[in-house]
Design a protein around this ligand. Structure first.
Ligand SMILES: [Zn+2]
Length: 180
């Protein structure tokens, strides 16, 4: 079982605050590395407490790793994300903790680091936002809707970037958008 110190030590900090990300997404990456999101397991000491069950599947304790990686709902999102990355790089990345939380981009994906970092960060940020809507607003959100939101978020990043006086990452964002 990983602990937070382990994550921090294997973390690629340059990728956590990569220039392809908005400040908001950079902050979100830091919160994930330091296990700083208020997942339910943090508030329940008893592991069998049903109040601590995952918002998506209700079957496992809601830890950061379960919610953002292991849960069946999240796995559907990562399957989609892996397909998009594969369309860009021609290799299928293994979407596990070192990549999703620590942003440790595998060797074969290195030439596509920014593409990978953006897609992974938007994927987990979307999962977290959806989790909050399901839990606190009682919304029902399918994985198809979640994927549609990921597409929207990438396109929104592209729109913002292209409005800048000197567009910085526009080319990369366009490539990602084309692969969605
Ligand atoms: Zn779950």
């Amino acid at each position: 079982m990983c602990n937070t110190n382990t994550w921090a030590s294997q973390t690629n900090w340059k990728n956590i605050h990569n220039s392809i990300l908005s400040n908001h997404l950079k902050t979100f990456n830091y919160r994930c590395v330091w296990d700083n999101l208020p997942v339910l397991k943090k508030f329940c000491l008893n592991p069998l407490d049903s109040q601590a069950a995952c918002t998506f599947c209700h079957a496992c304790p809601e830890t950061l790793i379960h919610l953002l990686i292991e849960c069946d709902f999240s796995q559907r999102i990562w399957q989609y994300t892996a397909q998009v990355i594969q369309r860009i790089s021609n290799t299928k990345p293994l979407l596990t903790q070192p990549l999703i939380i620590s942003m440790d981009v595998p060797k074969q994906e290195k030439p596509y680091t920014q593409h990978t970092v953006l897609l992974i960060t938007i994927g987990k940020h979307t999962l977290w936002k959806i989790r909050n809507q399901v839990r606190y607003e009682g919304k029902q959100i399918t994985h198809r809707k979640a994927i549609a939101r990921i597409k929207q978020s990438v396109k929104y990043r592209l729109t913002l970037e292209s409005k800048r006086v000197i567009p910085f990452n526009e080319g990369i964002l366009q490539q990602i958008t084309d692969a969605l």
